[in-house]
Ligand binder design. Structure first.
Ligand code: BGC
Length: 692
């Protein structure tokens, strides 16, 4: 490579005719999030990058072609099914390739340290094992199409408020045992070609210029060989190259194009930059050739069978819906129900989706678009519903029934209809988006009051939630049943009806704690939320503005681990989910390295359960950690032996420069959730230390 060629792959643009860059995009680019030119002389392909984890995203409506919208990350995680998540990755990766993209900006892995985070819907879970396993499988599925997937946003990007300057405080040990472990497991399983570094600061350093995160953890300790690309507008200066950043993305969003001529000049003068520049190229080329981008070129206009692909979205939605509550066996609904009233949530039109860079559009666009109420972001942020209407799917399930719909705008009207019905299905929606955190966990626009009024009017009230994060449920005790359907994707309406009528036996389990009160959160106030103006970009209001988020409060005890440490009881705990049948898990045996037990379907219907193995305590101290899980499908009366391997990192502490497993007594239990554990089994383990 010539000196000029060495800085071709190290920076890219946003290929969109937006703002100042109204020039046409390069001829071989496709409207998308990113474009890095290739080097034709050397046969190196250009990188054409699109968002994101839930399907090929839409880029502000500039591209008009539709794509398969998978259910949200939370919905995918609620399946606890790595093979299905992998299948979803295969599907969206194939669509990216067929649309001419060879990089999918997928793999959102940040742990959910705050349920108010606006991007909670994009991520998987609050647990490193669950998140790491699932994201690794999603990435493997995506990359099976000869494209590169990212894993993002590295690391500790736990809130959107002030995302470009919030400074996360966390100890090395706590980070390695939580968020970094999720990334580490995901990278081991999925081998992503690229890591996208995050907007935020970590212990005073921009994540995209963090020697600790990029050079020490990722490249030295984990021996990872791919390239680090920046998030869009996350590069502070040229020095980021020395701190481990390999590629500057969407460079027109940064203060300057640091990784072009400026980098070439630095490399000509300074051997440290010259060495780094060679390494940057080696890493980018490694990802390109390891994934066969040259041999299987992505060209726009490839064939996509959206109908066939939507089957993966449908199956994911079905397996990801979580039955939270079911009193008196009100669900499944009898297909012979006579009078059903469906209320609210635009259930007559479609199912909700989350917004921001991950927004996917079905062919033909959104069924409903509710714009934000003014403000600078309303032009490109709106509440969008995919056109898979639950009402039509409910009607198809119960063709004999008299089914009425009320939009829920007037509670009195909804109550009148509810009084007269055999069963009421009321939808509660909570739209969330990248760039904006939620002030609290209520359902907006009076929906809590609507649900309370309807449930008071009819004891057979079933609540279906379409939310991007956990919510509080002040009306819970009055309801007969509650389903959490998340953002259920392209065919969400069908999935919801299928679960309501028992065609699908629900098997989803919560990948995140539903807290009982805001005061239970490690940070009851989300840092900066009350003081900063809403700002999608998350920029600092002034150059010297400071904002910190103290993650040392909970350390590595995120979500259910925090509740276990503090003795808080959740509204619905991590791992919780009901079924129309019942299961038992018995005969747990473990030596701390492997575990075996038997699961049995003790009920009358076929169904699936998720066996969850937890460390409960270590050396007499509460230390709850999910250490293994397995989703098992069983016919009525069927039993199946299950064995799990326990990754020792899940039992250990990070101390200094390696893992330490303290000698002592380790107590394990199988659980229906993090709060409902079965009989404990203890085993003594010898102490040991090892490095990554
Ligand atoms: C988001 C990334 C996304 C990128 C490109 C950023 O604002 O944080 O997740 O991949 O934009 O669209």
């Amino acid at each position: 490579m010539s000196a000029e060629e060495k800085v071709v792959l190290t920076h890219g643009i946003m290929p969109l005719p937006l703002g100042e860059s109204t020039r046409p995009i390069p001829e071989d680019a496709v409207y998308g999030a990113g474009y890095v030119p290739g080097i034709p002389r050397l046969g190196i392909p250009a990188l054409r990058e699109t968002d994101a984890s839930l399907g090929v995203a839409y880029v502000f409506g500039l591209r008009k072609d539709g794509a398969t919208a998978l259910p949200s990350g939370l919905a995918q995680a609620a399946t606890w099914n790595p093979a299905l998540v992998r299948k979803g990755g295969e599907v969206i990766g194939s669509e990216a390739h067929a649309k001419g993209f060879n990089v999918l900006l997928a793999g959102g892995t940040n742990l959910m340290r705050d349920p108010r985070n606006g991007r909670t819907f994009e991520y998987f879970s609050e647990d490193p094992l669950l998140s790491g396993t699932l994201v690794g499988n999603a990435i493997a599925g995506i990359q099976s199409n000869h494209i590169i997937s990212t894993i993002k946003h590295f690391a500790l990007n736990g809130q959107e408020t002030g995302r470009k300057f919030v400074d996360v405080q966390i100890s090395d040990a706590a980070a390695r045992e939580s968020d970094l472990l999720a990334f580490q497991l995901g990278i081991e399983i999925g081998q992503p070609g690229s890591v996208m570094c995050a907007y935020n600061r970590v212990n005073g350093h921009q994540a995209c210029s963090s020697d600790y995160l990029l050079n020490q953890v990722l490249k030295r300790d984990w021996r990872w060989k791919g390239f680090v690309m920046s998030d869009w507008g996350a590069v502070p200066n040229l020095g980021a190259a020395l701190n481990g950043l390999d590629q500057q993305s969407g460079a027109q969003l940064d203060p300057a194009v640091f990784f072009g001529d400026t980098l070439a000049q630095a490399a000509a003068k300074d051997p440290a930059y010259a060495k780094r520049l060679d390494d940057m190229n080696r890493r980018i080329l490694t990802a390109i050739y390891a994934n066969g981008l040259d041999r299987y070129p992505a060209r726009p206009g490839g064939k996509i069978d959206l109908k066939a692909n939507s089957e993966a979205a449908l199956e994911t939605a079905k397996q990801g819906i979580v039955l939270l509550r079911n009193e008196r066996g009100v669900l499944p609904l009898a297909r012979t129900a006579r009078k059903i009233v469906v209320i609210g949530g635009y259930a007559d039109s479609g199912v909700l989706s989350g917004a921001g860079s991950s927004q996917v559009h079905a062919e033909g666009g959104a069924a409903i678009k509710v714009p934000l109420d003014g403000g600078p972001w309303s032009a490109f942020l709106s509440e969008q519903y995919h056109g898979s209407a639950p009402l039509a799917a409910i009607k198809a399930m119960a063709p004999q029934a008299e089914i009425r719909f009320r939009n829920g705008r007037y509670p009195s009207e909804a109550v009148t209809a509810a009084k007269d019905a055999d069963v009421v299905i009321v939808f509660g929606t909570k739209w969330t988006t990248e760039g904006i955190d939620q002030p609290d966990l209520t359902l907006p626009n009076g929906q809590d009051e609507l649900i309370a009024a309807v449930a008071a009017a009819n004891p057979n009230t079933v609540v279906v939630l379409e939310t991007g994060n956990p919510v509080l449920m002040p009306w819970l005790d009055k309801t007969a049943a509650v389903l959490e359907a998340w953002y259920p994707g392209a065919r969400g309406g069908e999935a919801i009806a299928s679960v309501l009528f028992g065609e699908t036996n629900p098997s989803g389990r919560l990948p995140i704690t539903f807290p009982a009160a805001m005061s239970h959160l490690p940070r009851p106030e989300l840092d900066g939320l009350a003081t900063l103006e809403t700002n999608f970009g998350g920029d600092a209001p002034s150059p010297d503005a400071k904002l910190t988020a103290d993650y040392n409060i909970e350390g590595s005890d995120v979500g259910y681990r925090w509740n276990a440490r503090k003795g808080h009881k959740a509204l619905f705990p991590f791992g919780h989910g009901l079924s129309y049948t019942s299961f038992s898990a018995t005969g747990l045996k473990t030596d701390g390295k492997q575990a075996s037990f038997t699961v049995t379907n003790t009920g009358q219907r076929a169904g699936a359960t998720v066996a969850q193995l937890y460390l409960d305590s270590r050396g007499g101290q509460t230390k709850q950690r999910l250490v293994g899980f397995s989703r098992v499908e069983l016919a009525p009366g069927e039993s199946r032996p299950v064995s799990l391997k326990i990754d020792p990192r899940l039992l250990a502490d990070w101390s200094g420069n390696g893992w330490t497993l303290p000698a002592g007594n380790y107590v394990f239990a199988l659980g229906d959730s993090a709060e409902r554990l079965g009989p404990t089994v203890s085993t003594k383990l010898a102490g040991r230390r090892w490095s990554d």
